[in-house]
Structures are given as C-alpha cells and as structure tokens.
Design a protein around this ligand. Sequence first.
Ligand code: ATP
Ligand code: MG
Length: 284
Amino acid sequence: MSSTSRAPSVRFEHLTKIYSGRSDHPTVAVQDVTLSITAGSLTVLVGSSGSGKTTLLRSVNRMVTPTSGRVLIDDHDVSELDAVKLRRTIGYVMQESGLLPHKRVIDNIAIVPRLNGATKASARERALELMTVVGLDQRLATRFPAELSGGQQQRVGVARALAANPRLMLMDEPFGAVDPIVRSDLQRELRQLQDQLGITILFVTHDIAEALALGDQIVVLAERGRIAQQGTGAELIAQPADEFVADFLGLGAGRDLHLQDSDGTQLVMDADGRPIGRLSGHRR
Ligand SMILES: Nc1ncnc2c1ncn2[C@@H]1O[C@H](COP(=O)(O)OP(=O)(O)OP(=O)(O)O)[C@@H](O)[C@H]1O
Ligand SMILES: [Mg+2]
C-alpha cells in the first residue's frame, strides 16, 4: 500500500460486529456482511443513519474489531497486519473533521508524514502542495482549525488523508457539514482527484444524490449492513432491486427518476423534467 504500489481491492467476508454496550443491551451493528470493493474504484456506501456504514469503514483500518468475519485488503487479512502501519498507510477522513485543535492547519496536514519520519521541512512542503490540491489558499496554513469555515476544515481533512500518498482512502461523510454549493465543488474536486490518482476510495454518505454524483459503484445498505443492492448509479435507477432501494432512490414517491444525456454528462431527472443531480462519469 505504499505510494508506488497499485490500488488495492477490499473484501468484507461474513463481517459481524456486535457492540457490547456499557449502558444497555448489545447492538448488532452489522450482521454477516460480504462485499467486494474493486481495486481503483470510488465505491459509495449509502444508507440511513445507524445502518452500519461507519462500522464497516472502521473495520478496514482496524479502528473497529469485528466480532466475527474478516476484512481483506488485496489478499491480506487486516487482523494479521500491523495496526499502526495500517492506519498510517490508509487515508481516513472522519465523520467529524477530527483535526487537532491546538495544531495549525499545516501541521495537521503534515502529521502522518512526520510520524513516518519525514523531516519537518519536507512534511510542511508536502502539506502546502496538498493545500493547493484540495483548493485551500496557502495563506490559511498558519491558522488553527477553529479559525476556518466548515468547508475549509473538511478540505484540510482530505489533504491530511492524502498526505501519506495512500492507495486506499476511507471517507466517512466528509462533506456533511457544508452547504450544497461548496459540497458540489468538493464532490467535483474529489472526482478529479480520483481520476488522477486512481486510488481505491470507500466513501460513506446518507445522501443518494451525492452517491450518484460520485460513485463508480454504489452499495445501498439496509438495516445491520444488509446489502440491498450493489451496482452503478445507472443500474440502480434503471433496475432497483426491491422496494427498499426504490424508496431510497425516491422512485416510490412519484419522482420517477430517469437519465438524460446533456453534452456527454448524464443528468438524473425527476418526473417533471427537473435535474436533481448528475451521474458520475464512468471510466470502466
Ligand atoms: N461504540 C459503539 N457502542 C455501541 N453501539 C454502537 C457503537 N458504535 C455504533 N453503535 C451502534 O451500531 C449501529 C451502527 O452504527 P454506525 O455508526 O456504524 O452507523 P452509521 O450508518 O455510520 O450511522 P450514521 O449515518 O448515523 O453515521 C447503530 O445502531 C449504533 O448505535
Ligand atoms: Mg456513521
């Protein structure tokens, strides 16, 4: 998973996670989930709150230990890999920005390269480069996280995850806290970045429009991580597997989504011919 190796595949095999819970009964967060993520794809896990998205994501970098089942990166069982090394080679953008409040922007971004032994000067140089990559003005480098807008903080989170040149990125609702315009900017930039880097990205959201705009593959999760459907956005819209997926896509509520080509971009239209989003460009 170093910068020179190719992007890995990820496979969940019969993964079950039961949180024992200190205050109440045990919670089955995900139950017997088997799922393959194609190497080099941007795969979106979409599902309602509590469906187990964060649990699945964190089982990849061993921040969650499964109750049973396993996660493979390429053919390696993650439970047999060194947890610290694993976390430093996988980019992780947390649901809440997760920035260190007492460190300046530049040092937040430089954390992992520093931990990996880069000199302060070279880690900072890389951090400045990455600020440009994610569309942050380098003049913000010396600010503290609290002095940034929500969208700027999220960009810092993405830059920090990219700093170790990961071949695999886990992104947990990274654009949740920003307004719709900034959000679609961030989505576009992430797509471009993914097209350039060709890394494997596992992206979590509960927003179906975001899933359609970003995903090469979309995985619709129901309760306890049950996989209701996996496919491209176009496949989901054309043939939702069941009522649950249809409802989730808004197809049940008379929205009757369909696709329309506009200068090579596939727009998702509702029954009244209003565009509600666009479909991710498919590269394979
Ligand atoms: N540390 C924990 N202890 C006990 N229960 C937990 C813990 N973390 C998650 N859960 C429970 O496991 C289930 C799945 O949680 P998870 O955070 O994976 O869902 P999610 O799909 O990411 O939800 P959201 O969209 O709200 O972020 C929920 O019922 C949740 O309450
Ligand atoms: Mg979550």
